[in-house]
Design a protein around this ligand. Structure first.
Ligand code: PDD
Length: 286
């Protein structure tokens, strides 16, 4: 099945799908995005992803490209046309196409909307989760508004590339006080030797991950002790377990940090349980 992308009102062959060279997403990274898991052909946590999209758009004063109902239909149609059973759907909204000026374009400039979908292999992902992934640490160098899911991801791109070159899957940003903020494309968690699950509060300094929100619920339901507080890199090195969460990886155990093993150096029971039970709690769109 050939891939199809939605671009500003049209479903186009992926190869031919493009946007104007003066799209503000292209010129200024002036836009926002979401990535939503697709499982058994259904969107996972669509409502929360669209809530967060609304918030990101509001914070940046970008108009919504269409109603939420219409957007939901486009997402499902892109998933359907691409025959995605398991994978993800990506959407991005920019402030539209206009002559290059930093200031906002005329208020009647329509925002641009692009939606794509891609397949993932659940067996491969489970195999990765069984082994766990490596993480490196990098200095936090992003703007303070990382609560907005902005297209402006240059520090994240560089961090991720540094991770790859070090043979790792993810990079954790560490602020000047030694606290881990989050991953380049995921939220960061540890499990202390006392068994408490620790993750940074989402009020500032990180993106409020949708997977994070669900995992907080799962942790409560499974009776784990949960502490929403910042943790340092030093604390992470001494942790019993660590893991990352994102719509694309779900709960992914972390087994090494900057080359040194975390805990026993293999996926721990807490991360494994949270991963296994995640979909019992995540909301599925019919
Ligand atoms: N990234 N923090 C950052 C910086 C992220 O980019 C992401 C997700 C998360 C986790 O959010 P969620 O659980 O809602 O996926 C946290 C997506 C998957 C990406 O950029 O591909």
């Amino acid at each position: 099945m050939s891939r199809i992308a939605y671009v500003n009102g049209r479903y186009l062959p992926h190869q031919e799908a493009g946007i104007h060279i003066e799209d503000r997403g292209y010129q200024f990274a002036d836009g926002v995005y979401e990535v939503c898991e697709v499982r058994h052909g259904h969107l996972i946590e669509e409502r929360r992803h669209l809530d967060r999209l609304d918030r990101s758009l509001r914070e940046l004063r970008i108009p919504a490209p269409m109603s939420r109902t219409a957007l939901g239909l486009v997402l499902k149609e892109v998933v359907r046309r691409n025959g995605v059973i398991n994978g993800s759907v990506y959407l991005q909204v920019t402030r539209g196409v206009a002559r290059r000026e930093h200031v906002f374009p005329a208020p009647d400039t329509p925002p641009s909307l692009v939606v794509t979908a891609r397949r993932a292999n659940p067996a491969t992902q489970e195999a990765t989760a069984l082994h766990g992934v490596a993480v490196i640490s990098v200095p936090e160098n992003r703007w303070p508004r990382v609560d907005i899911k902005s297209l402006s991801l240059l520090p994240n791109v560089l961090a991720k590339q540094a991770a790859k070159e070090a043979g790792a899957r993810e990079a954790w940003f560490v602020d000047t006080d030694g606290y881990v903020t989050e991953g380049a494309s995921s939220n960061a968690w540890i499990v202390t030797r006392g068994g408490a699950i620790v993750t940074r509060p989402a009020e500032a300094g990180i993106l409020r991950g949708i997977t994070r929100t669900v995992v907080v619920e799962v942790a409560h339901e499974l009776g784990y002790q949960l502490e929403e507080r910042p943790f340092t890199l030093a604390e992470a090195r001494e942790a019993a377990e660590a893991f990352i969460t994102a719509a694309s990886t779900l709960v992914m155990p972390v087994v090494t940090l900057d080359g040194s093993p975390i805990g026993a150096g293999h996926p721990g029971p807490v991360a494994t349980a949270l991963r296994q039970r995640f979909h019992d709690f995540a909301e599925v769109t019919a």
